[in-house]
Design a protein around this ligand. Structure first.
Ligand code: PGA
Length: 256
């Protein structure tokens, strides 16, 4: 069976403040990972930096942090999937909890996923519950997100998508956040596969599944080794070139 390539994604969010800083951070990572071969590395900077960063390294693939579902036209402030593809982005983070908190619905995300696939951009679909309690209702909230966000997506496209399980309570920007464990991650990973098999059939080729939520160079190895996942989505630690490169190297070493 063909081995699935592990992937490390850096989500810079709305950082850094200047193009100069962005170029330095990107270049520092690029230098550190230049000899690695087995791990796919994706960095998702703010829109204005994409085109400049693309010229710095071929090894690091670029992604965006959002997209609008229409291709072009009178949509002030919108950036389309085709535009992103045309300037060199190949991935796009969709449904991040920080965007959901600003009002983005599963219905919106569904349209963004379809538009991205249409333009050959790979969606990194974020799902994850806000909190956990003893009733285990969190399984249902992840199930609803998956079902609604992927509704009407063609079976054959499912394996192209990346699912990032990001429990909101573990993301560093959440007040009083606390760490998830590789067991939490493994459990949800199995559950996500089950939801996808129930919706699209047991024969579908599964997408890659990532974990995200305060991942750093101390725990990335545990998540990758014991969480049953195909990589990690890294937020704040991706703003530190050394830490991010270390995470990539840990993944590479585990990817035998
Ligand atoms: P974090 O962010 O690693 O800073 O928790 C992850 C994310 O929000 O994608």
């Amino acid at each position: 069976m063909l081995k699935v390539k592990k992937i490390i994604v850096g989500n810079w969010k709305m950082n850094p403040l200047t193009l100069k800083e962005a170029e330095k951070l990107f270049l520092d990572v690029a230098k550190n990972v230049s000899s690695l071969k087995k791990t796919e590395i994706v960095i998702c900077p703010p829109f204005p930096y994409l085109e400049k960063l693309r010229k710095i390294s071929k090894k690091i693939v670029l992604g965006a942090q959002d997209v609008f579902w229409e291709e072009k036209g009178a949509f002030t402030g919108g950036v389309s999937a085709k535009m992103l593809y045309n300037i060199g982005a190949r991935y796009v983070i969709l449904g991040h909890s920080e965007r959901r908190a600003m009002g983005e619905s599963n219905f919106d995300i569904n349209k963004k996923i379809k538009a991205s696939l249409e333009a050959d951009l790979i969606p990194i679909l974020c799902v994850g519950e806000n909190f956990r309690d003893e009733t285990h209702a969190y399984f249902n909230s992840v199930k609803t997100e998956l079902e609604e966000c992927l509704d009407g997506v063609k079976k054959d496209f499912i394996s192209k998508i990346i699912i990032a399980y990001e429990p909101v309570w573990a993301i560093s920007s959440t007040l009083n956040h606390h760490s998830a464990t590789s067991d939490d991650c493994q459990e949800m990973n199995i559950f996500i596969r089950k939801v996808l098999a129930d919706k699209f059939g047991v024969k579908i080729k599964m997408p890659r599944i990532l974990y995200g939520g305060s991942v750093d160079d101390k725990d990335a190895g545990d998540f990758i080794k014991n969480g049953g996942i195909d990589g990690v989505l890294v937020g704040h630690a991706s703003l530190d070139a050394l830490k991010f490169s270390k995470i990539v190297k840990i993944c590479e070493a585990l990817n035998k």
